[in-house]
Design a protein around this ligand. Structure first.
Ligand SMILES: [Cu+2]
Length: 197
């Protein structure tokens, strides 16, 4: 009994990707802002934007997350940074997998009390899923970057929001958004967005 309890933490760690221990805190983030705005497409009511800004001290990124039109009564909504940008047809499958530069892998699920051991792109695993029909949250994530030379750089990646089954509801691409930074606001005028579907 005692032995099995002692073994549990090491077993949990060994289930993570080979060689993975934890993601490093990113400490040299430029104070720039990137914003991803979900596609305006007829197949879904889900809209929203996610702004990621280098923290004033360079440690981590400040995220502002704003979703609307979430389907009622179907549970909570995971969302992640995915590795590939989405083409202009808005096909969220093209976003491919989660940003996971240290090859942590999908299992076991992210433990939000130990976010360094989560996939760096697993925003909802670390900071909570979206819920309700409209959702706003703000937080600092220490493992993502506004530095284009970092393997945790968000600026050329996408964000996908899922339903509880994992289906991809909508997505958007991070774009350099200095206007949001200068104005101190999280939402961009839609004239800064790529063409909608
Ligand atoms: Cu995802």
């Amino acid at each position: 009994m005692i032995l099995s309890l002692l073994l549990l933490p090491s077993l949990a760690l060994s289930a993570l990707g080979q060689g993975f221990t934890s993601a490093p805190v990113i400490t040299n983030n430029p104070p720039t802002t990137y914003t991803a705005i979900f596609f305006d497409k007829p197949s879904t009511s889900v809209r929203g934007d996610i702004t990621a800004s280098g923290a004033p001290d360079g440690v981590g990124l400040i995220f502002r997350v704003n979703f609307t039109g979430l389907p009622a009564n179907i549970g909570s909504f995971p969302y992640h940074v995915h590795v590939s940008p989405v083409p202009t047809n808005g096909d969220c499958i093209a976003a491919r997998e989660h940003l996971d530069p240290y090859n942590r892998g999908e299992q076991p699920p992210c433990d939000p009390s130990d976010p360094a051991t989560c996939q760096v792109g697993d925003l909802s695993g670390k900071h909570g899923t979206a819920s309700g029909t409209s959702f706003f949250t703000e937080y600092t994530d220490f493992y993502l970057s506004t530095d284009p030379s970092s393997n945790a750089f968000v600026g050329d990646k996408s964000v996908v929001i899922h339903d509880a089954t994992g289906a991809r509801l909508n997505c958007g691409n991070f774009q350099f958004a200095p206007v949001a930074q200068l104005a101190g606001v999280s939402r961009l005028n839609h004239s800064y967005v790529h063409s909608d579907v």
